[in-house]
Ligand binder design. Structure first.
Ligand code: ZN
Length: 438
């Protein structure tokens, strides 16, 4: 080929218009609660945002098209109760060794956003921000602990002197949008001060509180919390533990306090964890129609190796109790995004961040285990095939977006395009490659 011809061809290639979209997920069943959509649709992504959701978007209009027929396409899942303030080296602490780094657990479950539930308080939040939040590819948000030192163990968490509403609210306002709520947890004294101060901070910062009601005390029954202390929009987590009188008797439906709280607009969150989800509570409550507003894991180092496995496992449990898939997805996407006032997330409207989960609903025989080690059998199980974060594929279980190796040119090298693929972004910078640094 002459140089002139090569130049001409290169110029012609340059002159071709860029494809309209970066990434197209084609033929999947889209479930988007905000947009009241549950139907087969194509989802197109451009510049990290959802660009279009409609039937039959031509494959040629995208730089990369992935066939996701037979799979479900949902907003990236939002898990508002995790513990991910890892890396401080503090033993036996949720601001340390008991927490997990989010990226190792999120994308493989279709999760694109997590909220840490009180690992840090106002004294150590900015360490958490620098250590984990700003370094994670997962979108990490936080409930700020009303305890200034955060969730560092009993010595700190039982200290009423370190629960300051003003300092907590000030830090929350300083990082508005990342700090999405105030947390109180694990308090075992008879006082209501941890909860009233959390509400005080939440009111000042105009964000909700999330309550783990700690030890059950006759001086402060949950009816006080749910009908007097909490505001509409505040969140009661661990709602199927049964440990604080959530159930009527030992086998009944929801306690009157839960019914009254819900009537007032209190939000109920799962927060499964290692000790907060019991079949003998959840099954009768769900049967009585007391469903969770949001499904969340309470992921930490020990819960994830017990009955609670991961976000999809907790969602599977609600499928196993008979909730329709659309309903389970809504309670894992659009509901939690509204609870934490991040309505930019949890849906697939054009212009929204392109956080997407492509899920497979596997059929078979599966077992699901609760906090006591009791099993409930189910016939379906969700699997995350592809996860997209800000328009880029960050998880691809079976290589659906990949070419077969034997169809590629001999001696092929790095595949994918950084425009739609996180593989491209994960490569080392050129300078590092040349100098041979690892
Ligand atoms: Zn927790």
């Amino acid at each position: 080929m002459t140089i002139r011809l090569a130049t001409f061809i290169a110029a012609a290639a340059l002159a071709q218009p860029a494809p309209q979209y970066d990434l197209l997920l084609k033929g999947g069943h889209v479930i988007d609660a905000k947009n009241r959509l549950s139907a087969v649709r194509d989802v197109a992504v451009k510049d990290g945002k959802i660009a279009a959701v409609s039937s039959n978007i031509p494959a040629a209009s995208a730089l990369k098209t992935v066939n996701v027929a037979g799979l479900y396409v949902t907003p990236g899942l939002i898990d508002i109760h995790v513990h991910c303030y890892a890396g401080t080296g503090e033993r036996g602490s949720y601001a340390g060794d008991l927490s997990v780094y989010p990226d190792g657990h999120s994308f493989r479950n279709g999760v694109t956003t997590v909220a840490d539930a009180g690992g840090a308080g106002w004294r150590n939040f900015e360490d958490f921000l620098d250590r984990v939040i700003n370094r994670s590819r997962t979108r990490v948000l936080a409930f700020l602990n009303i305890v200034g030192n955060g969730m560092r163990g009993g010595r700190y968490e039982q200290n009423l002197d370190d629960m300051e509403a003003k300092a907590t609210a000030d830090m929350a306002l300083k990082h508005k949008g990342i700090i999405v709520g105030i947390k109180s947890a694990h308090y075992n004294g008879p006082e209501t001060a941890p909860f009233t101060r959390a509400v005080e901070a939440g009111t000042a910062a105009r964000i909700p509180v999330m309550i783990d009601y700690g030890s059950n005390r006759p001086e402060r029954p949950i009816s006080d919390l749910l009908t007097k202390i909490l505001r509409p929009g505040d969140i009661y987590t661990h709602c199927y533990s049964g440990l604080r009188g959530e159930q009527q008797g030992a086998t009944g439906g929801p306690a009157q306090a839960l019914i009254d709280g819900r009537k007032r607009g209190v939000i109920f969150d799962v927060g499964h964890g290692g000790g907060s989800f019991s079949w003998r509570v959840a099954v009768p409550l769900v049967k009585a129609g007391f469903l969770p507003d949001s499904i969340s894991t309470d992921l930490h180092v020990s819960s994830m190796n017990a009955g609670m496995k991961d976000m999809l496992n907790v969602m599977d449990k609600f499928l196993a109790m008979g909730l329709p898939l659309d309903d389970v997805i809504a309670r894992s996407t659009w509901n939690p995004s509204r609870e934490i006032q991040r309505e930019d997330l949890g849906h697939l409207s054009p212009g929204a961040p392109a956080d997407v989960a492509v899920l497979k609903l596997e059929k078979g025989s599966f077992g699901f285990v609760d906090m006591h080690g009791a099993r409930l059998d189910g016939s379906t199980k969700l699997i995350a095939e592809i996860t997209v974060r800000d328009g880029k594929i960050v998880w691809d279980l079976n290589g659906l977006a990949r070419e077969r190796w034997d169809k590629l040119p001999a001696g092929y090298t790095h595949q994918g395009d950084a425009i739609w693929d996180a593989y491209g972004r994960a490569r080392r910078p050129a300078a590092a490659r040349q100098s041979g640094r690892k």
